[in-house]
Design a protein around this ligand. Structure first.
Ligand SMILES: C[S@@+](CC[C@H](N)C(=O)[O-])C[C@H]1O[C@@H](n2cnc3c(N)ncnc32)[C@H](O)[C@@H]1O
Length: 273
């Protein structure tokens, strides 16, 4: 791929998804774009890039999807999920005992493993039985990932990777796949949503999970997304990042809950209200 074509591709991906595509990822990018090239019947990358430059939306969308990394697993990061179950959720439930309302956002949910893991904890705590009003919103840029999440169908290896026997009760086997239980499925609202778009509809979040996605963004994009996430959060809300994510934003301070947990800083609360 010619250098100016690669530079164009990198700009297109940054604008569409925030992905920071550097030259050292060129071979990887080419490998990922090959299936798109075949699907859209291009003989070579020059043809594909030429058509992208003409603004063909379906192609731009397919290219963006092909470059997303949808890797995830149930209860990914055992220590974080243990803290969530043993400390964070019980404290939040006590704090919201009056309103009986919880709002949780899984901001890059891939094929649903993260929100379903959270839903399993909430269900095990018996909150829905006790009349709690729970909004568990799960979003992702990738339409394919959201479709998989909504279907709630997983390969045996995906289920066996993170689920203990208690959690496996929320799935039933259908031939080679495991299907999520209908009641658990109803607890999660899935929506295709780009973190670069307006967060206007998101408000008063008690917990925001934004794990293993910010690391694909450049610093300016990461800081902008973090600023806007802070704005969606309740004053005592928590942000949860992934093990490999860095927080280069003063708007949050590390929470005493441990690695990966962040609270809104006092200055941010005063600024955003
Ligand atoms: C590596 S997965 C992380 C999934 C899950 N949060 C976890 O930690 O296991 C990254 C996800 O971020 C999504 N993503 C990438 N760019 C995005 C954007 N601009 N807006 C929303 N989601 C995005 C990808 O589609 C992918 O599903």
């Amino acid at each position: 791929m010619a250098p100016d074509d690669f530079a164009f591709l990198a700009r297109l991906l940054r604008r569409r998804s925030g992905l920071s595509l550097t030259l050292d990822k060129k071979a990887l990018a080419m490998r990922r774009l090959e299936p798109v090239m075949r699907r859209f019947d291009f003989k070579d990358m020059d043809g594909l890039i030429g058509e992208l430059r003409l603004g063909r939306e379906a192609l731009a969308e397919a290219v963006t999807e092909a470059m997303t990394v949808n890797e995830s697993s149930f209860f990914r990061d055992t220590a974080m999920f243990r803290t969530l179950r043993e400390t964070v959720l019980p404290r939040l439930v006590a704090a919201r005992a009056q309103s009986k309302r919880l709002r949780i956002w899984s901001a890059a949910c891939a094929a649903g493993q993260e929100p379903y893991s959270i839903a399993i904890f909430l269900s095990q705590m018996g909150l829905t039985r006790e009349g709690w009003n729970i909004d568990l919103i799960a979003t992702d840029l990738s339409g394919e990932a959201i479709a998989r999440a909504e279907a709630g169908r997983y390969a045996a290896c995906e289920i066996e990777r993170g689920l203990d026997p208690h959690a496996m009760r929320y799935f039933r086997r259908e031939r080679s796949e495991w299907v999520v239980d209908a009641a658990l499925r109803r607890m999660v609202t899935f929506k295709r949503f780009n973190l670069l778009d307006s967060f206007g509809w998101l408000d008063d979040m008690d917990i925001v999970f934004c794990r293993n996605v910010l690391m694909y963004f450049d610093t300016a994009t990461r800081m902008d997304v973090l600023d806007r996430i802070a704005d969606t959060m309740a004053p005592d809300g928590l942000l949860i990042l992934g093990e490999n994510d860095t927080l280069d934003r003063a708007g949050f301070s590390p929470s005493a809950d441990g690695p990966g947990f962040y609270a809104k800083s006092r200055a941010t609360i005063l600024r955003l209200g």
